[in-house]
Design a protein around this ligand. Sequence first.
Ligand code: TA6
Length: 296
Amino acid sequence: MTAPFQKHELPGRVEWNSNPAGLPKIQVASAFSTAEIYPHGAHVTRFQQNGEPPLLFLSRQSLFASDKAIRGGIPVCFPWFGTREGAVMHGFARLTTWELTETAADPQGRVKLIFRLPPERLVAAGWPPAYVTLTVTVAERLTLQLAVRNDTAQAFVFEDCLHTYFAVGDISQVEITGLKGVQYLDKVEQFARKLETGDAIKISSEVDRVYLNTTGTVEIRDAKWHRTITVAKSGSASTVVWNPWQAKARAMTDFGDDEYPGMVCVESGNVGESKVMLQPGQSAALQVTLSSSPWP
Ligand code: TA6
């Protein structure tokens, strides 16, 4: 079978493969790190800096089917976040096969891949056929940029979120910093509006919070694996923090009952009151740069 994007292969840097379920995936090797990306959802499922544990969590029970979202890695939530009446959760972008349009490797061994969301998918769902790309740079760090250009004649209003699942040694030994003084909506308590007063967030039960109007960098301090994960972002006014804990973990069929201690989602986007409005000709870019550094 001819791989649809074989023309974009770069031997030793970008190589086509497929998983046991037959879903095409791309393996990326930079001079500093390795990664795995599925055109299905333009979904990064693995990133590992050389000599470091994996950065991202991927459930061993994740489904890999063309009509299902992958559980773990970095789902791209677009053009909406959360629930929407009569529609799928978190938008259709993560359920759509994106086109790989470009790959490049620079002399230092950094690798860039550009995926495009087929505009006909937007039109089929009644949305303007905006120009939507996800650029993934695999290097010392992992950088994702979701760019939207509204080259249509009508205004385009959307939400977006890079719903990153991070791997941690033990959630009970994790502290999340960078959100002190920020207001949030607590989904566990019917979206009650609250203020983050702690220097660090510690997780010991289900947490599902949308932090509002925050553009700062967040750190995940992992005392079990002795490392700090840094989530730096731009073009994003919302940060979401999620751990399903026990009951929700049991309720999810594509997530192991015992997997919640090994992950935390720290997501970067523009959701709810921070949704984006693009007039014709305007564009916007949501970018995250993810990395981890071992403690000395
Ligand atoms: O981002 C947190 C959240 O919105 C949670 O409420 C939870 O539902 C999670 O996303 C996972 O959503 P999914 O549709 O992937 O099961």
